[in-house]
Write a new protein. Structure first.
Length: 160
């Protein structure tokens, strides 16, 4: 699990707190502390963000009054949505969310991060178990199919 923390630069302090909290639970996280050369090169910054989002498993969006003035946060959300990354928001001081963000779970305190990590891990484990069961079922079906096919071949050959 690698969480991309999307935030407006004025919210760097709470984003850093979130980063530390995720690290406390053993979660890899990415918090942008851009090289100044990236800030002035929009193409390089765009490519950098695309790569980071591509490497992430989740996005956590810090929402505050400052977010409304950000062009990059909606861009990052759009990239994450395009990849169908699990998305959660971290609300600052009862910020009203735009309707398009109302769909995702909302964290409101640093204590909520523990709940997010726990549920996300449980979900990941469940998906892995489901995948194993599915793979096992497919393997059993393939073996049955092969043995059924072999039986068919033997029977057909015996009558020919």
């Amino acid at each position: 699990m690698k969480v991309f923390i999307s935030h407006q630069s004025k919210d760097a302090e709470i984003a850093s707190d979130i980063y530390r909290e995720l690290k406390h639970y053993g979660i890899k996280a990415y918090l942008d502390t851009f090289d100044n050369s990236l800030v002035y090169d929009s193409k390089a910054l765009t490519e950098h963000l695309k790569n980071i989002v591509r490497e992430s498993s989740d996005i956590l969006v810090v929402m505050s009054e400052n977010t409304a003035s950000s062009w990059w946060v909606p861009f990052e959300i759009g990239m994450a949505a395009n990849q169908d990354l699990p998305t959660v928001t971290f609300l600052q001081n009862s910020v009203g969310l735009p309707k398009y963000l109302d769909y995702w779970p909302r964290l409101k305190t640093l204590n909520d991060i523990e709940k997010y990590v726990r549920i996300r891990r449980e979900h990941k484990e469940h998906m892995q178990e489901t995948r194993k069961a599915l793979d096992s079922s497919i393997e059993m079906f393939s073996q049955r199919s092969a043995s059924t096919t072999d039986t068919f071949y033997k029977r057909l050959k015996s009558v020919l």
